[in-house]
Each structure stands twice: as C-alpha cells, then as structure tokens.
Design a binder for this molecule. Structure first.
Ligand code: ZN
Length: 505
C-alpha cells in the first residue's frame, strides 16, 4: 500500500531531525572545544538553525501534511511505527499552534533578559536583581497555560511539556507520601553515627581518575565507536542521531567520586539512546520516552549500580591499585560507606541519594504556588529558606545558595524539576523488576559484567525510544500501572539501615 502523504511527512520530519542534530553538534562544540572568541558567531549560527527549525515545524503546510498522513495511517494498528510517528507530530504541532507566535516570542525574549539578570543576581547573591524578570516570566507562563484551559491546574500544561500526561492531581499524592517518608528516613540517618569520608577529599591525580572512569563506562557497555567522552564545565549527554551519542565529564582533583558518578550518570543517559531501535532514527521518536524516563536511566546506573556494594566489590581493588597512597589503609567496607554518605546540603546538584528528592519537592511546591498566584514574587526567597529548613534541616545563608542556585526559572522553565524525582522513582521500579527477572544480577556485577543488566534495559525500555507515551512506557518497562514511591523508599531504607545501623521498616 502506497502512503504518499506519510512518506512525505517522514521525509519532512527527518529534515527537521537533521537540523536538530546539526544544532546539537554546534552546541556540543561550544561546550567542549570552541575557542572563546568565536562565541558571538556561534550564537548567530545556532540562532539561524533554531529559526529554520521553528519555521519548518510550525508551517501550516506541515500541519496539513500531518493531518493527511494521520488519515492515511488511521487503519494501521495503534502501535505501528507510522501511527506513532503521526501521533507524536500531531501532539507537538498541536501544542505549538495553540499558543500565539507573539506570546512564544515574548517568552523567549524575556527569558533571554531574565537569564542575564539571574546570572548577575547570583553573582551578587541578590534576588532583587532577578525579581522583576521572574515576575514577568511567571505572568507569561500563566498566559501560556491559559491557552490549554480548561485543565485541572494552571501548572498542568507546563508539566505536560516535560512529561506527557503529568498533572498536579497525579503528582501531589506521590510527593505527599514520599516527603513524609524521606523526612522520617533522614531523621533515622541523622540519629546514627556519621560516616567518615575524609579520604575522598584528598588529592587524586586527574589522569588516573579518567583512566578509571574510562574502564567503568567501557564495562558498562558504552560504545566508543558511536560516541566519545570529553570535558565540559557542566557534564551533559547529547546525540546527533542514534549512532553518535556523546557524553562529557568534569574532573575535580579532590573529589574523585564526583567525576566517576557524573560520568556514570551521563553514560546511563547515553546507553538509553544508543539502545533505541534504529528504525526510529531521524524521527522525533529517536529519544527517551520522557524527561523522567531519561533520568531514570542515568539514576539507575549512578545510584543502584555505581553506589552499590556489588559494584565496588569488583572495582575497588582496581581503584586502590591506581591510588595506593590514598586508599591503602581504607578497607572496601569503609569505602562503600563513604560513597554513600548522607548529609543534607543546600545545593541540589550536590545532594546525595537520600536527600535529593526533598530538593525537588521544595521546588515543585513553589512552582505550583507561583503559577497559581498563591505566593508573592517578593516572598519567594523567604519561602524557599523556610522550606529548606523544614525539609532538610538547614537554611541558606544567602540567595545564591538558595533560590538563585538553579538555572531553570531564569529560562522560563517551570515544570521541569518534578521529572528528576519521578526519574528516581521509576528507576527503583525498573531496578526491582531487573532483580526479580535476573537472579544472577548481583553476581554478574560483582564480576564486572554489566551485559545482563544492559540487555534487560534494552529489551524492556531502551528499544522503544519515544514510540510510546510515558504511561505506556511505564507499563512496558516496570510491569506497573503507576509510579510507586514505596518501591524507591524500600530500597533506600534497606541500604541506609545497613550503613547507619537502624532497623529497616
Ligand atoms: Zn541526568
């Protein structure tokens, strides 16, 4: 059966994918190798590509083509590639065309100014510099969300931009239960004897750190013929199609575990994309199912693998051989505990596994209140500090350490944060299923063999890419219909009960 409209649509979508890849390559270069003085030209080039992408993907003719191709493929099974591609493009085009171009442009323009103000505010640790821009962005995002009414909560359309189908009504009960249990766990940990990790804060030669990290990610299954690892200020993963998925890392001489865990984290993201069905290449389905699913993969490797006793049983002797002066007197047990030290801190990106979600819930609650007009913009720093004290037991000394620490709001992005916590929860559910279905999982990891785990993840998640919705992908990958915070909490309880010496629930 000929499908001329679908074929034309597929070709048009492939061109847009190519432009995205080209833009991503320019951005990757900007973060890694670009000489400092070409920044101005580079931002013009990226701007031109962004404009081309916007023109192509919001063109009326493109919308018509999506409609025609959707009709043409209407009788195919609902999980056919063709139906799924049409569905995805319909959703994206529908979202874009609902919002007037003038409002979208206003948001982009305000965000650019807000971002500069935020950087200055953070530098001076003075929220008032950023305050008027944040007020404008909240107002613009409220107007944006208005185009998607009636929805349950004004925050919902923004959540949906990062996680399809995600709503306040769905997240609230998950986070309410999670918050209570995380705070209770933190109290039990605080009552235990604190772990000594001083040996993780001495000098470790960067070249040795990188050699170690390379061995770890090679064993994890990262394919250096379809990717590479370089250095950047902020580690990230980017892809230029399914055969070129790159990661970056950053080495701190006195924080050896930081480089390792951030490489493992990014490698987890990259393995996801490298495992996507090649049939989806050059389409918008050639990516993770959602932000939360993407984060589930980086977190699974970072927390459930690279912070596990099994992992260090294999790798610790190798690390010790590389750094005898630092580690000769440190037994495996002490090292394992140090890697899992829990200590509430003010900065989200430096938070440990047991406190991370609390940082997210604080932001989620504030975004919800900001968009619903339940909080005055001037009161945002105060609310932040109060919640920080309530959840983490510590209060920022200044705005830079508190409300100004994250870049997201300065870019007009509200609704992104919850996906980080949801990713942690999904990771726990996938991990639990892997443990159930792979009886030799722990043993293979103790032998440095990650292929059973990677094979499991590929088969049950990676291969699908973004072909299915997050809800469908949750069913396929975990076997469950809902995100279950208790699964995550169970893993944390058992782990920290052993490390901090309390009775697990
Ligand atoms: Zn990540």
């Amino acid at each position: 059966m000929g499908m001329k409209h679908f074929d034309a649509l597929r070709e048009a979508a492939a061109e847009i994918s190519d432009l995205h890849a080209a833009m991503a390559l320019l951005e990757w270069d900007q973060q890694t190798f670009m000489p400092h003085n070409s920044a101005a030209d580079r931002s013009e080039q990226i701007g031109t590509l962004a404009k081309l992408i916007h023109e192509k993907s919001s063109a009326k003719t493109f919308g018509k083509l999506i409609e025609k191709a959707s009709k043409e493929t209407a009788n195919l099974p609902p999980d056919a590639f063709e139906s799924r591609l049409c569905r995805r493009l319909r959703r994206e085009f529908g979202k874009t065309s609902r919002v007037p171009a003038s409002l979208a442009a206003k948001i982009a323009g305000t965000a650019a100014k807000a971002h500069r103000a935020w950087a200055e505010a953070r530098e001076k640790s003075d929220f008032s510099v950023f305050q008027p821009y944040l007020a404008q962005l909240i107002d613009l995002r409220r107007r944006y969300a208005g185009y998607f009414q009636p929805s349950g909560d004004i925050y919902d359309p923004l959540l949906d931009n990062f996680e399809e189908g995600c709503t306040v009504a769905k997240i609230d009960p998950i986070f309410t239960s999670l918050r209570e249990k995380q705070c209770a766990l933190l109290r039990k940990i605080a009552a235990g004897t604190q772990v000594d990790d001083t040996f993780l804060h001495t000098e470790y030669d960067p070249a040795g750190q990188l050699a170690f990290v390379n061995e770890v990610i090679t064993r994890m299954g990262y394919d250096f013929t379809r990717g590479r690892q370089d250095m950047s200020e902020h580690p990230f993963t980017t892809s230029f199609g399914l055969n070129d998925v790159r990661i970056t890392t950053k080495v701190f001489a006195k924080l050896p575990v930081s480089c390792l865990l951030s490489s493992v984290h990014e490698c987890g993201h990259a393995l996801y994309e490298l495992g996507i069905d090649k049939k989806l290449n050059r389409t918008p389905l050639a990516e993770g199912a959602s932000f939360a699913f993407h984060e589930s993969q980086s977190r699974l490797w970072e927390n459930f693998v690279a912070r596990s006793h099994d992992f260090w049983t294999f790798f610790y002797p190798k690390l010790r051989e590389l750094f005898p002066a630092q580690l000769a007197d440190v037994p495996l047990e002490a090292f394992y505990r140090a890697v899992n030290k829990v200590e509430p801190s003010l900065i989200r990106t430096e938070a440990d596994e047991a406190t991370y979600n609390l940082h997210i819930m604080l932001r989620y609650e504030m975004e919800k209140d900001m968009l619903n007009g339940r909080i005055e913009v001037a009161d945002i720093p105060g609310t932040w500090n109060r919640k920080s004290l309530e959840y983490l037991g510590i209060e920022p000394e200044n705005d830079a350490q508190g409300v100004l620490q994250d870049i997201h709001w300065s870019m007009g992005e509200f609704g992104y944060f919850p996906t980080y916590a949801l990713g942690n929860l999904i990771a726990a559910q996938i991990w639990t299923r892997a443990e159930r279905e792979l009886p030799g999982l722990g043993e293979s990891i103790r032998e440095g063999d990650f292929s059973p785990l990677l094979g499991f993840l590929r088969k049950n998640l990676h291969v699908y890419g973004a072909k299915f919705t997050p809800a469908e992908t949750l069913r396929l990958s975990t076997g469950c219909n809902r995100i279950d915070p208790d699964c995550f909490m169970g893993i944390l309880e058992r782990k920290y009960a052993a490390i901090y010496g309390f009775r697990a629930e």
